[in-house]
Design a protein. Structure first.
Lengths: 80, 330, 334
């Protein structure tokens, strides 16, 4: 089965460092397109990252509350 | 003390000041939705009469702030890009800055202008990267450039409470940086610098985001037996001359580390002051580090070639140490 | 809206005479090199400043232009302190630090003449902003010329005033020339007031040589602004009966046809005002002569006041740069 990694999108002209402040899913959860995966907070704003596909969460790659950077992968989802 | 990000510290300062003083209002572009993060939540809390999105008319809303200030308000103007100050230049330096003087002290213009100070983040290219403070200082405008989250809040308090126009530069590179921030409105006075690291070999006078860069370089150089004394002027005008003199006298070897253009830049002003007044304290020429006077090129590779970084500082300090030791041999 | 009645009309005439005689004295003193620099005389446009300012309260705010003496006098400025300012003396309104192009009396709502064409408009908008937020009822009136009507910040401010419904009346004094450049050549439209439509704002024109007509139009628009019905643009068709500045005659500029100047001279606002006063029987020829004599004596006294006033003390050059003089002193320069 193919899987994808969900990445933190660019959030403006200068933002690089962000915090993962909430997980809305756990490993093993089924997700649908548009479903909230995690909340990311920058110095400017908080955004919710949603799944673009239907599948199953196979790994959370950033612990809750940890700083990470724009472009990093936060979780893996197995398609299907 | 609790830690906040730099942008959050500004946001909290604005919120508390606005709650205290109904005459404070903020104008700018896209500030209701807080595109830059500084006014986050403020439109909901204080309403659209006090967090006001303006049409794209920087000269006009800068002038509006002047007239509002003359008639009893205490406006804050947020510019989305530093270079927008060029668009509003007449209203900044020829109107707001001059009216109190030209009227013989009949009025005050208590406006705070919040500018992004750019640099250190590549990809913004020629018209989004300029450092405007030397232009404004040349006109006599008070300028602050906080280098950490705590000063970001404390200097904002001082700037907004000042009865003069004050240009407040918030480096883009620092907006996400965390640091201890007092919960209350504690003013960091205008015109007071700070020693941020004690050292004995070379004094580095560092500005804005380059203070943190200098501290990183200082840790590296310690291993090589070079001890940096790091001084943050915090307010660029009026300069803390006593603090500056003490920092110069501490080592007698001085680097001014600034991210504005070298020609007629801040580093040149500081170097000239040192040479004029404290020449006796110097053990060698004052070194200036600034930007090459070209528009900042887009390519990250080229950007790094002209914008000062910690690596630039390291090389300059090492070359000073090298020539100093040669001098000792001769 | 009642126009200027009886005594008010005579007072308006007196204010116009005060401007005229002040300006004639200024020109004389500039040419004698008694007053430093040059001045831009308001001669010919008196009906605009007086017609508009008689529609204002003392608390209302105006911003002025490089040709600002008339506005300051009409808003209640004292001729002796104005003259002292032109002389660069310590008793001047600005303690000698502003001169002709920057005279201000903030306590009278005069936020300054301005040396940059169009720059006063957004500052007036700021005063209107405060009025709206604090509910003081103050109306802000920026004066500007036909030349300024092509300045970017003027258009920006009109749009801004319209969207926020600021209590303002934009008063354009279209005297047909921006120094030597005629409005016809420099503008895409025949009238400045039609540009108001571009901002969804009311605009109209008035005979700027007739103080009663200006007063009537200004009163309507000021009250409209005070009621909260937003800004408007009043274009006053006027003419300066002299050159752009005191030195123009010496330069021998010839951008205006003699016939044109002669035509407008017939409509000198003082002549128009005198005719109306006599026609209405408000004043006799002797009354008008007495007004002129009284004002002439006032201008003599103002000139003597200025000439007797001391130079500002040397420290004045570095004072008032910052509100808190102890925290920040400007550098001396050497």
């Amino acid at each position: 089965m193919a899987s994808i990694k969900v990445k933190i999108p660019k959030m403006g002209m200068t933002t690089e460092e962000v915090d993962l402040v909430a997980w809305h899913v756990a490993v093993g959860d089924r997700v649908a397109p548009g479903q909230a995966l995690a909340d990311i907070e920058s110095e400017k704003t908080t955004i919710t990252i949603e799944s673009e596909i239907a599948g199953t969460v196979t790994a959370l790659l950033v612990p809750l509350g940890e700083p990470t950077t724009v472009g990093s992968s936060i979780c893996s989802i197995e398609i299907g | 003390m609790r830690q906040l990000r730099y942008a959050q510290a500004i946001n909290e300062g604005l919120r508390q000041l606005m709650a205290d003083d109904p005459d404070i209002f903020v104008v700018g572009e896209d500030i209701r939705h807080s595109l830059r993060g500084l006014t986050r939540g403020l439109a909901a809390e204080f309403g659209h009469d006090r967090v006001v999105d303006m049409p794209i008319s920087e000269a006009a809303f800068t002038g509006l702030a002047t007239g509002a200030a003359m008639s009893g308000m205490r406006p804050v103007v947020e510019y989305q890009i530093g270079a927008l100050g060029f668009v509003a230049f007449d209203q900044l330096v020829d109107q707001a800055m001059k009216l109190p003087y030209m009227t013989g002290g009949q009025c005050t213009v208590p406006v705070t202008y919040i500018f992004p100070a750019s640099g250190f983040r590549s990809g913004l290219a020629g018209q989004h990267s300029d450092q405007l403070y030397p232009y404004l200082m040349h006109a006599g405008m008070k300028v602050v450039i906080p280098s950490n989250a705590g000063d970001a809040k404390g200097l904002l308090v001082a700037a907004i409470r000042s009865d003069d126009p004050v240009a407040y530069f918030a480096p883009a590179a620092l907006l996400a940086a965390r640091g201890p921030v007092p919960e209350d409105l504690v003013e960091v006075p205008l015109g007071k610098g700070a020693v941020v690291r004690e050292g004995s070999s070379v004094t580095v006078i560092a500005v804005g985001h380059l203070v943190a860069e200098t501290l990183r370089v200082a840790a590296d150089l310690e291993a090589e037996g070079i001890s940096l004394h790091v001084y943050d002027p915090r307010t660029l005008l009026p300069l803390d001359l006593e603090g500056l003199e003490a920092a110069v006298r501490k080592t007698g070897r001085v680097v001014v580390f600034d991210d504005s253009n070298l020609i007629c830049g801040f580093a040149g002003e500081v170097a000239a002051l040192i040479a004029e007044h404290w020449f006796d304290a110097l053990k060698g020429p004052v070194k200036r580090i600034g930007r090459a006077t070209v528009p900042v090129p887009f390519s990250p590779f080229l950007d790094k070639a002209i914008v000062p970084t910690g690596e630039t500082l390291k090389q300059v300090v090492l070359s000073m140490a090298h020539s100093a030791s040669l001098g000792a041999v001769a | 809206m009642p126009g200027l009645q009886g005594r008010q009309l005579l007072d308006a005439y007196r204010a116009m005479v005060r401007i005229r005689l002040f300006e004639e004295r200024v020109r004389d003193r500039v040419n004698a090199n008694d007053i430093p620099g040059v001045c831009h005389e308001y001669i010919g446009q008196e009906a605009v400043a007086v017609g508009v300012c008689t529609a204002l309260r003392e608390s209302d705010v105006i911003t002025s232009t490089h040709r600002g003496h008339g506005h300051v006098i009409a808003k209640g400025g004292a001729t002796n302190r104005m003259m002292a300012e032109l002389y660069g003396r310590v008793d001047g309104y600005n303690r000698g630090k502003g001169g002709s192009m920057h005279i201000a009396d903030v306590s009278l709502g005069i936020y300054g003449a301005n040396g940059i064409v169009g720059a006063g408009l957004p500052i007036a908008a700021g005063a209107a902003w405060t009025s709206k937020r604090k509910g003081t009822g103050v109306v802000a009136v920026p004066f500007f010329g036909d030349g300024a009507s092509n300045q970017g910040v003027v258009h920006e401010t009109m749009n801004m005033a319209a969207i926020f419904k600021l209590p303002m009346v934009f008063v354009c004094e279209n005297n047909l020339y921006a120094i030597s450049a005629s409005f016809r050549e420099m503008s895409s439209v025949e009238h400045v007031h039609t540009r108001a439509a571009a901002y969804g704002m009311h605009g109209e024109a008035v005979d700027g040589m007739d103080v009663e007509a200006v007063h009537e139009a200004a009163s309507r628009l000021v009250e409209r602004a005070r009621r909260g019905d937003g800004p408007s643009l009043l274009e006053c068709k006027t003419y300066r009966l002299v050159g752009h500045f005191t030195a123009e005659q010496a330069l021998g500029l010839s951008y205006r046809p003699k016939e044109e100047v002669a035509e407008w001279t017939k409509r000198d606002p003082l002549l128009v005002g005198e005719a109306s006063l006599l026609r209405q029987g408000v004043a006799s020829a002797e009354d008008l002569e007495q007004v002129r004599a009284e004002v002439a004596a006032e201008i003599d006294a103002a000139t003597e006041f200025a000439q007797a006033s001391a130079w500002p003390p040397f420290d004045e050059a570095l004072a008032h740069m910052y509100a808190d003089a102890t925290a920040a002193r400007p550098m001396r320069g050497w």
